[in-house]
Design a protein around this ligand. Structure first.
Ligand SMILES: *Cc1c(COP(=O)(O)O)cnc(C)c1O
Length: 365
């Protein structure tokens, strides 16, 4: 049996006709950049997240960068980030001229260890970026309490948590301004690049709209030194179609993850990401922490099970940051040596999951 890591073909197959209609509409109306689909999708996505405003941009990386920019983060500021995340979280901080200040992760949740934030706060600290990694969520009530006490802005990175919920509230609705990605492999993915900013702040929403469109709300009037970071009408049309299925797909991810857990929970060589029962985990990724990781990885590949490591190298250990001085982050270092992401996507069969689990249990037997 072959088990792919992700299968977008089968996810998209039933939507092909809808996608064609979207393309024909764009050809017909000649709306390619921004446009009616973008407006509609912004309204629907804001509603979905439970916020006032959503602003479509070209990528998740840009959504983060523009969020920080309009929140006033810049040269010389420090921004608290998790040591363990996709590097784009950090790049956004660096791009606006600020300095990423990493905080190690919690041994159980694998998310930013909230108890370690205070020690990293200095007079220059301006913001915190909680990252809801793998589809779980940072405990936002606690994080907001810390941010309030120290007067720090909160910018959520919910690129991996479309539809995740903490105490009844959706990811992307807690921070002052928040960012997500529609990279094709995300729980809600475009057929290309795309991203979104969410906020309840009218002023920041308008400023973000200005920044994404070369600093302009009115043609040829440029009020700020903005960027070209607009969402394509075509992608917004595709995303509108896919948004209808997001909850169903997330539920399926959640159920498939439960099956994995029920099969593997007893295996003493494995550990799973722990999350509080008040969190609805949308399993963007199902990650196991395991003994003899590299051997298991090779064994699974040998048996045609496609697995990936998210991520093999921490941002602070990347060459891109060689000129920066960072503390050490032992929990992250340890986790990155032990993790494997298993196949998990809507349409994956129980049979395939059983095969993967059989092989893992066989490996440790
Ligand atoms: C995917 C991702 C991003 C960046 O999104 P792009 O659309 O690829 O730029 C940022 N942060 C996290 C946690 C991500 O997973």
């Amino acid at each position: 049996m072959k088990v792919p890591f992700i299968d977008l073909n089968s996810l998209h197959a039933p939507l092909e006709k809808n996608f064609q209609d979207v393309l024909l509409n764009c050809l017909d109306t000649n709306q390619f950049i921004l446009g009616d689909y973008v407006q509609q999708f912004e309204v629907e996505f804001a509603k979905y997240c439970g916020v006032q405003h959503a602003i479509g941009v070209a990528s998740g990386a840009d959504a983060l960068k523009i969020s920080l920019k309009v929140a006033g983060i810049g040269e010389g500021d420090e921004v608290i980030v998790p040591a363990h995340t996709f590097i784009a979280t950090w790049f956004a901080v660096t791009e606006v001229g600020a300095i990423p200040v990493p905080v190690d992760i919690d041994m159980q949740t694998w998310l930013m260890d909230l108890s370690k934030i205070k020690a990293k706060i200095s007079a220059k600290t301006k913001a915190i970026i909680p990252v809801h990694l793998y589809g779980s969520m940072v405990e936002m009530d606690e994080l907001l309490a810390i941010s309030k006490e120290h007067k720090l802005l909160v910018v959520e990175d919910f690129a991996q948590a479309h539809g995740s919920v903490f105490k009844g509230q959706k990811a992307g609705s807690f921070g002052l301004i928040n960012a997500t990605s529609f990279y094709p492999g995300k729980n809600l993915g475009a057929l290309g690049d795309g991203g979104m900013i969410t906020t309840n702040d009218d002023y920041l929403a308008e400023l973000a709209r200005t920044y994404r469109n070369t600093g302009s709300l009115k043609k040829y009037e440029h009020t700020v030194l903005g960027y070209n970071s607009r969402l394509d009408n075509l992608q917004a049309g595709f995303l509108l179609e896919k948004l209808n299925f997001l909850d169903v797909w997330n539920k399926e991810r959640n159920q498939l993850a439960s099956h994995y857990l029920s099969r593997l929970q007893e295996c003493e060589n494995l550990q799973f990401q722990q999350s509080d029962i008040t969190i609805y985990h949308t399993y963007h990724l199902l990650v196991i922490k395991c003994e003899r990781r590299d051997e298991l990885l090779a064994f699974l590949k040998e048996h045609e099970i496609d697995v990936i490591i998210h991520y093999p190298t921490a941002p602070y250990a990347q060459e891109a940051y060689k000129d920066y001085l960072f503390d050490s982050y032992p929990i992250t270092d340890l986790l990155l040596k032990r993790i494997i992401s298993l196949p998990l996507f809507p349409g994956l069969s129980i049979k395939q999951i059983d095969y993967v689990c059989d092989k893992i249990l066989e490996f440790y037997a």
